[in-house]
Ligand binder design. Structure first.
Ligand SMILES: Nc1nc2c(ncn2[C@@H]2O[C@H](COP(=O)(O)OP(=O)(O)OP(=O)(O)O)[C@@H](O)[C@H]2O)c(=O)[nH]1
Ligand SMILES: [Mg+2]
Length: 289
């Protein structure tokens, strides 16, 4: 740690509607894959923290699940986590999907955040025309809520540096929260579970991704430096099993193949990944209810 010098620190919550690009942005900010991304809504379920040190300033970004009106147990769990992310933050960066614009849902999110400085980042600017973007920026500006409004493409890493520079300028004197070389506090096992869940989100359809989770069964470091990893895909109904496994085991094989390649990149070691399907009809209510 930089103990002799003056240090600064700021915790920044990334908040928004589902699918706004919060996880894409945190990965881009940190320069590592720490949070999973998919075209589906409600991909992120828990908080992911990413740490970026800029000179004497430590920025701690908190990726949160998208906020929506929850009805089911898992949905309530997801939105509660987002609220915890807001509470933990010194400053909130509201991500606004440029294509969706200002929606009543987004408005509800914004007004529910009390007593925290707010900035806005209009994301996915690569998807809309300049004139529409400027009109949206004006509408957002007129709300008189945000201290700054940025236009970014998290995907293309466009405008992200400006956000970082602004945040650095806002950080108060404070000891750093994390050691200098740490970029996330997510344990490797949890990250590995998420990487497999990401592939399930990408390769399965309809309600299935929303009723499953991934658990680590065995994590064995091998003598040759490789990792033997056994994970269970926990599903709610036995009728879902065939879909997850696929004809001739093709689906689960493909999930495993893609997750293994991704994991090898992230963990920088050879990975032997074994996936099993487990039916636990009450996992949601029992564990999250
Ligand atoms: N074109 C474009 N797509 C983007 C951009 N940022 C994110 N996306 C895409 O938007 C989708 C959702 O991205 P995520 O990062 O998972 O969104 P999220 O806000 O974390 O979503 P939840 O976790 O469900 O709340 C993915 O398909 C991303 O590739 C962007 O700047 N431009
Ligand atoms: Mg996300």
């Amino acid at each position: 740690m930089m103990s002799d010098k003056i240090t600064k620190c700021l915790k920044v919550g990334l908040i928004g509607e589902p699918n706004a690009g919060k996880s894409t942005l945190i990965n881009q900010l940190i320069g590592e894959k720490i949070s999973i991304v998919s075209p589906k809504v409600q991909t992120t379920r828990t908080l992911t923290r990413g740490i970026l040190n800029v000179g004497s300033t430590q920025l701690v970004f908190i990726d949160t699940p998208g906020i929506f009106k929850p009805s089911k147990t898992l949905e309530k769990y997801i939105v509660n986590n987002a609220r915890a992310g807001i509470d933990e933050s010194d400053l909130i960066c509201v991500l606004i999907d440029a294509k969706r614009g200002l929606t009543p849902e987004l408005n509800r999110i914004i007004v529910s955040i009390k007593d925290k400085p707010l900035i806005a980042a209009i994301n996915k600017v690569d998807l809309i025309k300049k004139d529409l973007l400027l009109k949206l920026a004006e509408d957002i500006n007129r709300l008189n809520i945000f201290k700054e409004i940025f236009m970014i493409s998290a995907l293309k890493n466009d405008g992200v540096k400006d956000v970082v520079n602004h945040l650095v300028s806002q950080a108060p004197n404070s000891p750093w929260y994390y050691e200098e070389d740490l970029y996330t506090d997510t344990p490797s096992r949890s990250l590995a579970e998420e990487i497999t869940r990401e592939q399930l989100f990408l390769l399965l359809n309809r309600e299935l991704p929303y009723s499953l989770k991934v658990e680590t069964e065995k994590w064995e470091d091998q003598k040759d430096g490789s990792l033997k990893l056994h994970q269970a895909i926990v599903i709610l109904r036995s009728t879902h099993k065939n879909i997850v496994v696929g004809a001739g085991g093709q689906k689960i094989k493909e999930v495993g193949r893609r997750a293994r390649l991704e994991l090898q990149k992230i963990l920088e070691r050879k990975v032997h990944l074994f996936l099993y399907v487990k039916v636990r009809e009450d996992w949601v209510d029992k564990e999250l209810g």
